[in-house]
Design a protein around this ligand. Sequence first.
Ligand SMILES: O=C(O)CCC(=O)C(=O)O
Ligand SMILES: [Mn+2]
Length: 211
Amino acid sequence: MQTQLFQFDADDSGLPKAVDNLLPKDGYATYFPNVFDQDSCATLFASLAATINWKQDQLYMFGQLITTKREVAWVGDSGCAYTYSGVKKIPQAWTPELLSIKRKIEAMAQYTFNSCLLNLYHDGSQGMGWHSDDEIELDQRAPIASVSFGGERKFAFKHKSEKLAVSMPLENGSVLLMHPPTQQFWQHSLAKTKRVIQPRINLTFRAIKSN
Ligand SMILES: O=C(O)CCC(=O)C(=O)O
Ligand SMILES: [Mn+2]
């Protein structure tokens, strides 16, 4: 487990600074705990749960359309359609809460995102299997910023062609930045667990290529 690879740096930006790459090669991922304080996390969780139009995710698996228990929402600028697991998503409009989170994350990532995938896991029985965020619509030169609110969960990376794996807990209020070429060489997953009963909302800010 690599969880102590960061520190806070009191430079004039006021933003946390990650000091180390979580991945040993072929990618660059950095973890920032406590980007949102506990009160803000609780407020944001409640408002995202209430204001986002959540739907159970649908995806094609082995040729069959499956409906997941996990709920999702695709939010973005108009025109940012996104197809994953065989299903095309048309974006919902940004909400004020999401825009305020987006601005904060953009300052950290030094990047302007145009879309966000939201996942609501009701408890540890819901997770996400191994995959890369490498769909054709995504700008592979852009970072992906993952924000977590709610129950702490184990997130893992595994290298696509070598026996390398890294895992870490994603804490309430944390941000994980995945920079290129991480998606090209690594898959990631959110493990299911019997131990977590709290719900969790994850936001991944993304860049859809303009046509
Ligand atoms: O919930 C997470 O931390 C991972 C979500 C994820 O990988 C995705 O939405 O592509
Ligand atoms: Mn992903």
